[in-house]
Design a protein around this ligand. Structure first.
Ligand code: 5GP
Length: 348
C-alpha cells in the first residue's frame, strides 16, 4: 500500500530531463518483448539491476546490449516508446525529454531515419490520446562509434529539428565513457551548436577525464549529464567547477543510477550534495528507470530523505527543472501554470 509520502511524491508534478529510451523499458514491457522473441533466450535478470544489487559501469553497458537485441524493429520501438511515455505520465511527469541513439538493424531493415521517425510517431500518438505529458526528443551520439558517425548523427538531428514540428530539440552525448576521447567529437558538437541544436553532454562520469571535460566545457554545453567527478573533493578541479558555474550549466543528477553503476560509494556521498549546497541548477533524473528499477518519484523521495529536503524544497526543485528544459518558452509558461494549478492538491 502507498504511504502518505509515496502519494506526495507521485502527485508532485515532475520534469524528466535525462531518460535514455532503451534504459527506461519497464519490467512489463520487457515481458512483452520476451514473449515476442523466445528464441533469444533472454531472461529478466539480464535486462535490469534489482534493488540492492550493484554492477560495474562496464556490466551496465552489457545490459543495454541485451535490451538492444530485444528492440530491433519499428514495431518494437513504437511499443517501447509508447509504454515508456505512458509510464512517465503515470508517475506524475508532466514534461519529458527522451533521448535515444538511432540504430540500424540489418535483420529487420530498420534505418536510423525510421528509428527516429518511429519514436516521434509514438510521441504524436500519445499527444492524440491526450496522455497528460509533453514530450520532446534528443538524438543521442554514442561516443563508441567515433567522429564520423557523430557527424552523421548531428546531420540527422539537424534534419529532424527542421522537419519534426519542434519535437526534436537537441542532442545528447552518451555511451561508454571509457571508450574514445571527447576531443575527436568537437567538430560534430560544434556543428550541432552552430545549427541551433540544444546540447546535453555526459561529462566526468568516471574519474580522470579532466582534460576531456575541460575541452567539452569550452563549447559550452547547455546541460551536463552526471558530472560525477567534476568537483575537487572527488579528484575534479576548481577550474572545472568555475566553468560550470560561470556558464550556469544545469546538471542532470541520477542517484540510483550512479549508486548501482558504482560511480558513487553511497547515496549520502552523491554529488547532488555538493552542487545543491552551492545553489547551482541541479535536476533530479532517472537515467534508465528500467535498467535501474526506479522511477522519478522514488528518485525525488530518495534525494529528500538522504539530504533532508523539506517538501517545499522538493517542490522548488521540480518547479525549477522547467527552466532548465529545452522546451520552447510558450511551453515553459504553460508548465509553470500547471505547477501553480496543482500546488493546492499536492500540499492538501
Ligand atoms: P538508447 O540510446 O539505446 O535508447 O539507450 C541506451 C544507451 O544510452 C546506451 O547504449 C548508452 O549508449 C546510453 N546510456 C544509458 N545510460 C547511460 C549512462 O549512465 N551513461 C552513459 N554514458 N551512457 C548511457
Amino acid at each position: 500500500m502507498e504511504s502518505e509520502a509515496d502519494i506526495f511524491y507521485r502527485e508532485l508534478p515532475k520534469v524528466e530531463l535525462h531518460a535514455h529510451l532503451n534504459g527506461s523499458v519497464s519490467f512489463q514491457t520487457i515481458d512483452k518483448l520476451l514473449r515476442r522473441k523466445p528464441h533469444l533466450n533472454i531472461e529478466h535478470s539480464m535486462t535490469a539491476i534489482d534493488r540492492g544489487q550493484r554492477r560495474t559501469l562496464d556490466e551496465c553497458f552489457q545490459v543495454f546490449k541485451v535490451i538492444h537485441q530485444l528492440v530491433e524493429s519499428e514495431e518494437d520501438i513504437l511499443m517501447v516508446a509508447t509504454d515508456v511515455i505512458k509510464e512517465f505520465a503515470a508517475d506524475g511527469v508532466k514534461y519529458l525529454e527522451l533521448r535515444s541513439t538511432p540504430r540500424e538493424e540489418k535483420n529487420t531493415g530498420l534505418t536510423k531515419n525510421r528509428y527516429v521517425e518511429t519514436v516521434l510517431k509514438s510521441i504524436q500518438q500519445c499527444k492524440e490520446e491526450e496522455v497528460d505529458i509533453d514530450v520532446r526528443f534528443l538524438v543521442s551520439i554514442d561516443r563508441r562509434n567515433g567522429p564520423q558517425v557523430a557527424m552523421e548523427t548531428v546531420k540527422l538531428a539537424e534534419d529532424f529539428m527542421l522537419s519534426s514540428d519542434g519535437l526534436v530539440v537537441g542532442l545528447d552525448l552518451s555511451g561508454d565513457p571509457m571508450v574514445g576521447h571527447g576531443r575527436d567529437l568537437i567538430p560534430a558538437l560544434q556543428r550541432a551548436k552552430n545549427c541551433g541544436l540544444k546540447m546535453s553532454l555526459h561529462l566526468s562520469e568516471v574519474p580522470s577525464q579532466l582534460e576531456e571535460s575541460d575541452l567539452l566545457l569550452n563549447l559550452p554545453p547547455d546541460r551536463i549529464g552526471h558530472g560525477t567527478f567534476l568537483h575537487p573533493e572527488v579528484g575534479g578541479s576548481a577550474s572545472l567547477v568555475d566553468k560550470v558555474v560561470k556558464n550556469n550549466i544545469p546538471l542532470e543528477l541520477c542517484l540510483t543510477s550512479n549508486l548501482k553503476g558504482q560511480t558513487v560509494p553511497c547515496y549520502s556521498k552523491h554529488h547532488f550534495k555538493y552542487w545543491y549546497q552551492l545553489g547551482h541548477p541541479s535536476v533530479i533524473c532517472t537515467d534508465d528507470k528500467g535498467v535501474f528499477s526506479t522511477d522519478l518519484s522514488q528518485e525525488y523521495q530518495l534525494a529528500a530523505s538522504t539530504f533532508g529536503l523539506s517538501r517545499e524544497a522538493v517542490w522548488k526543485l521540480s518547479q525549477q527543472a522547467i527552466d532548465y528544459s529545452f522546451a520552447p518558452d510558450a511551453m515553459k509558461q504553460q508548465l509553470r501554470q500547471k505547477w501553480v494549478d496543482l500546488q493546492p492538491q499536492v500540499f492538501k
